[in-house]
Design a protein around this ligand. Sequence first.
Ligand code: KG4
Ligand code: ZN
Length: 343
Amino acid sequence: MTILGIETSCDETAAAVIQDGQKILSNVVSSSVELHQKTGGIIPETAAREQSRCLIPVIKESLTRAKITSQQISALAVTTGPGLIGSLLVGVETAKTLASVWRKPIVPINHLQAHLYANWLTPNQEKPKFPALGLVVSGGHTDLVLMKDHSKIKWLGGTRDDAAGECFDKCARLLGLGYPGGPAIAAAAAKFKEQRIKNKVKLPRPMKHEDNFDFSFSGLKTAVLNEVKKLKEAKQFKEVNLNQLADEIQEAITDVLVTKTKKAAEKYDVKAVVLAGGVMANLRLREKFELTIFNSQLFSPAPALCTDNATFIAARAFFNYHPVPWQKIQADSSLEIEEVIKS
Ligand code: KG4
Ligand code: ZN
């Protein structure tokens, strides 16, 4: 089965062609990140305008690279939410039009659930077994879920305020680093040389030891704001101090994520731990997970498949194949990772 995936939930415009939920025949991502770098964050209208300009060429390119025609596609899959409503509408309405004109089935896809399916894009390799624990760490979400099977996804906990990626992005802005903040903080942290600094800043690890599966990152951001103020007052807002602070931000966020994920994996005695979302592109986070002993198999996607793209949208559609008449498909900006099944 060959599925064309379409993804426009945030600032990316993406299309991919995936065979049997695993083999990537093409993966095209056009990002408007350069436009957002100028403003230091995403302006929803700018993102949606860029997506309406790029989506058709991106879809065409994905078919060309996959060396297939629209007639050879078995179905379409499109992100219906969560995300920016203007951006979602561009993808959803385009996909519905194509499904109707091409007379193909179309599968609505929850972006958060789909992130996890980057771990199924591994042809000829063992797939995660159920029950599995899923961690989705993205720009807008931090969620722990129990996957009983492909269709039963139960929410265990998540952030009470800022998401992990959002914390990276906001802290990067406080430090005067670029957008997106995650890669900028990781790059500054990599430059940090411990021996060159006397008073190292120590940040809190919010909710790390609490007996639940929730997270909270806004206090961490406030602590960083206070440290930045202190450094500025002491005329110590210099590269070496910023790099140490970046390193400590990365350590604090990753500590909490790993500790809580391990706790949940043990409590639910899962067979697999499935990691996903843009923040999983962080090399230090990946390293910490690899160094942690789990009683279950650990899966993390290649870094390039962690951030938003359409490969995992199509993969999710294959493994949980529920086409819907195109007339019934609607964008829903506030979709949750655990969906209430509508009868
Ligand atoms: O999943 P994603 O691409 O988009 C959403 O669905 O939100 O995640 C984007 C988030 C951003 O907050 C970005 O700063 C973060 O992922 N991110 C990273 C890294 N690469 C992307 N965070 C930490 N380290 C990275 N290397
Ligand atoms: Zn995402």
